[in-house]
Design a protein around this ligand. Structure first.
Ligand SMILES: *Cc1c(COP(=O)(O)O)cnc(C)c1O
Length: 379
């Protein structure tokens, strides 16, 4: 339709994992937490549902930012809260990257490699990583530089990236999922620091799964003016429904993002829920430990069934299944009321991504897997 911009007409939108309403379905496809928010959080949200719903929420999520600042040992000016971290990632593209063709047309001998794109117009990321990044670049009309991770989805060293020739050390925005998704791979902060040091543009370290990992890289965001750490209440804090994420970084970068966000981007009940979450961290830490224990037990059991399971520092496993191709497993598990995620991109099309659920859910997954392995080729 001609009424719609060509860019939007041609856009391949992000495809979220399904949220079907099938009775008895075991949902291991979107990395949601199997455990509910703490009773204190539920009480706080319920207590906030009254006539105040007619009022606008605090426009800067002030109380939540102050509470987060105290928690992380920084200032409220270091923090911006978003309608999920996805919103903030989109804001980062808009604040730091020029759409293609909009950068000043000055002759630039150092124009990066063979890509032809200007660094100021480039969103850069590794593949495979969060599949939203290319979509955000496309929506903005920015150039994309997708650079493959190393063997076993390891983070390439700066020397390797230089040798490879494709990486752009001047890219306006570099997005790094750490620990990575969908591979689950954890990255050492020392290695991330070397990458950050070599990078001239803004670097966002997307730590959506960091609570299930061995280390976090928050100190890099408080040390370097061009580094931002992204966090979310969705995965580890059982709060996907409320859409609360945040960035930590240099006050000037945070102020730039703040300038272009919607005035009331964070809903009031979400602010209440996130604040109450921070008052009950012991509850959540116990859940992290449970999920990590279930993850390790499930990885070992899948390994014994012939799956090739990658080491994970997240609340999901990436596993290459035996006997049938991964896409067939997706269908066979679905027929047994177990929903998992499969990505068609070449680096991961041989794998399934399995969210870690409660123990009983993982036992059901293992039973279904045994049943598929023992059954006829067609079932
Ligand atoms: C889930 C996820 C997010 C988004 O989280 P929200 O805060 O719910 O928007 C961001 N990055 C990665 C890598 C994720 O997996």
């Amino acid at each position: 339709m001609k009424l719609i911009r060509p860019l939007v007409r041609k856009l391949h939108a992000y495809v979220p994992g399904e949220q079907p309403k099938i009775k008895g379905l075991i949902k291991l496809n979107t990395n949601e937490n199997p455990y509910p928010p703490s009773p204190r959080v539920l009480r706080a949200v319920q207590a906030a549902v009254d006539s105040r719903l007619r009022l606008y929420p605090n426009p800067t999520a002030q109380a939540l930012r102050e509470r987060l600042a105290k928690h992380h040992g920084c200032k409220a000016e270091n923090i911006i809260v978003g309608n999920g971290s996805d919103e903030l990632l989109a804001l980062a593209v808009r604040a730091f990257v020029e759409p293609e063709g909009r950068a000043p047309r000055v002759p630039d001998k150092k124009m990066s490699g063979t890509r032809g794109a200007r660094p100021s117009e480039t969103v850069q990321y590794f593949t495979p990583s969060y599949s939203l990044y290319p979509v955000l670049a496309d929506i903005h009309g920015a150039a994309k530089n997708a650079v493959p991770l190393g063997a076993d989805f390891s983070l390439p060293s700066v020397a390797e990236l230089r040798r490879g020739g494709q990486w752009d050390f001047r890219a306006a925005l570099t997005l790094v999922t750490t620990p990575n998704a969908p591979s689950g791979t954890g990255y050492a902060t020392t290695q991330l620091e070397k990458l950050c040091r070599a990078q001239q543009g803004v670097v966002v370290l997307d730590e959506a799964y960091v609570d299930f990992a061995k280390e976090h890289a928050l100190r890099l965001a408080l040390k370097f003016p061009h580094v931002i750490v992204s966090r979310t209440f969705s995965k580890a804090y059982s709060l996907c429904f409320q859409r609360i994420g945040y960035f930590i970084g240099h006050p000037e970068l945070i102020a730039a993002l703040d300038k272009i966000r919607d005035s009331y981007n964070v809903n009031g009940l979400g602010q209440v829920a996130a604040l109450a979450t921070l008052d009950d961290l012991g509850y959540y830490r116990a859940n992290f430990r449970r999920i990590v224990a279930t993850r390790e037990r499930t990885a070992a059991a899948l390994g014994a069934l012939g799956f090739e399971v990658l080491p994970s520092q997240t609340n999901f496993l990436l596993a290459r299944p035996p006997r049938f191709v991964a896409e067939a497993w997706l269908q066979k598990l679905r027929a047994r009321k177990i929903l998992v995620r499969w990505f068609s991109s070449p680096e991961v099309r041989d794998f399934l991504r399995l969210t870690i659920g409660a123990d009983a859910e993982m036992d059901a997954l293992l039973r279904a897997a045994r049943n598929i392995l023992d059954g006829p080729a067609s079932a």
